[in-house]
Design a protein around this ligand. Structure first.
Ligand code: ZN
Ligand code: ZN
Length: 123
């Protein structure tokens, strides 16, 4: 077993290299989703711009349990409210990724629509 102090040193050593490249390479990514590199004059990507115009982002959950209960209906897409340029962590239906498992999926096909019936009721 490592002592608490030894663990701290290990963690610091792991985190250090991450700081370096920021000074060397400047990658501009979308301010909202942090996934896309092609951003407009507002600093956000096309997809996020559409979401802002719409008032909500349409997104599924990543990882396990992301699918809807009925297989043929495919992935469950929730609606996340956008206010003042911030996408809510919670969907309209109250659902949100729990803990460290998954998160909101970065997979966002152009033709996706809200399929969560509880979100749809609140739109
Ligand atoms: Zn974006
Ligand atoms: Zn929902």
């Amino acid at each position: 077993m490592k002592s608490f102090f030894e663990k701290m040193i290990d963690e610091a050593a792991e985190q250090e290299p991450l700081k370096e490249p920021a000074f060397l390479v400047e990658i501009i990514v979308c301010d909202m989703c942090h996934d896309h590199e092609d951003v407009n004059e507002h600093g956000i990507c096309d997809d996020c711009q559409k979401a802002v115009d719409r008032g909500y982002q349409i997104q599924s959950l990543a990882g396990r349990c992301a699918n809807g209960m009925e297989r043929d209906r495919g992935i469950l897409f929730h609606a996340r409210q956008i206010s003042e340029g911030e996408v809510s962590w919670k969907a309209y239906c109250g659902y949100h990724p729990k803990g460290r498992s998954g998160g909101w999926s970065s997979w966002k096909p152009d033709d996706r629509q809200v399929t969560c019936s509880r979100c749809l009721k609140k739109l």
